[in-house]
Write a protein that binds this ligand. Structure first.
Ligand code: TYD
Length: 234
């Protein structure tokens, strides 16, 4: 298997991913960014992982089943199967059309959760991701960083308190979330050109402004479709 790593210059569109814990505000900020892209006249395709395709949604249902206990490698392979389908059928075609693609979670989530969190070797996960993504890497990844205690607190009491297996799972104790957080910060530090870290412990308005600022140098250049074609999946 050759992992052809696509550099951003290989393609017309712009690929942005959002990472960080549940409860950090990614969903609300995604909604606001969608409106911002429309204002800017930037065609955007907005997706989330796992999901965004019928296979991905089916895998999401399996992954979120609170009755199921999966091993770390099983989870990693399931997330990557969903990712493979999403890249092949949604993300890559949209980038080829010149669209901006905003993805709520991507391959870095697997490194953070199954790798740093659950102990699956990072090199193994990178090889799997090379297969599932075809080497497609984001132009920019925003890390929504928040203290573990605050993130957990928001998840317990937040308005969007839909329980997922992950949030509910007793195996995912505080130490797990600390490993995920420091894993994310280590990845951001190792690749500073791609990553921007925003403080998700602030208000949603401040957070949204910080995320826009972290994307400002990429916009609105290099996106080519006419306005009004925002596509939402997942
Ligand atoms: P979800 O309810 O979608 O959370 P969020 O809205 O915060 O993204 O649940 C996704 C969960 O799946 C989240 O806890 C992170 C986890 N996850 C992994 O463990 N590995 C992965 O590769 C991905 C994409 C998500």
């Amino acid at each position: 298997m050759h992992a052809h790593v696509q550099e951003p210059s290989d393609r017309a569109g712009l690929f942005i991913t959002l990472e960080g814990p549940d409860g950090a505000g990614k969903s609300v900020v995604t909604e606001r960014l969608a409106a911002w892209f429309v204002d800017l006249g930037v065609a955007a395709t907005i997706v989330r992982e796992p999901g965004g395709t019928s296979l991905g949604e089916a895998i999401r249902t399996v992954l979120m089943d609170a009755q199921q206990q999966h091993s770390g490698p099983a989870d990693a392979l399931l997330f990557n199967a969903a990712r493979a389908q999403l890249v092949a059928t949604v993300i890559q075609p949209a980038l080829d059309r010149g669209s901006l693609v905003l993805c709520d979670r991507y391959a870095d989530s697997t490194l953070a959760y199954q790798g740093y969190g659950s102990g699956v070797p990072l090199d193994d996960l990178r090889r799997i991701a090379a297969i599932s993504t075809g080497g497609l890497r984001p132009d920019r990844t925003i890390l929504f960083d928040v203290a573990v205690e605050l993130g957990l607190e928001r998840r317990r009491h937040g308005p969007d308190d839909q329980q997922t297996r992950f949030e509910d799972d007793r195996r995912h104790d505080r130490a797990f979330h600390e490993r995920v957080r420091s894993g994310y910060l280590a990845m951001a530090a190792a690749e500073p050109d791609r990553w921007r870290v925003v403080d998700a412990g602030t208000s949603l308005d401040e957070l949204t402004a910080a995320v826009k600022a972290a994307l400002g140098d990429l916009l609105p250049a290099s996106v080519g479709e006419p306005r009004g074609t925002t596509v939402r999946t997942g």
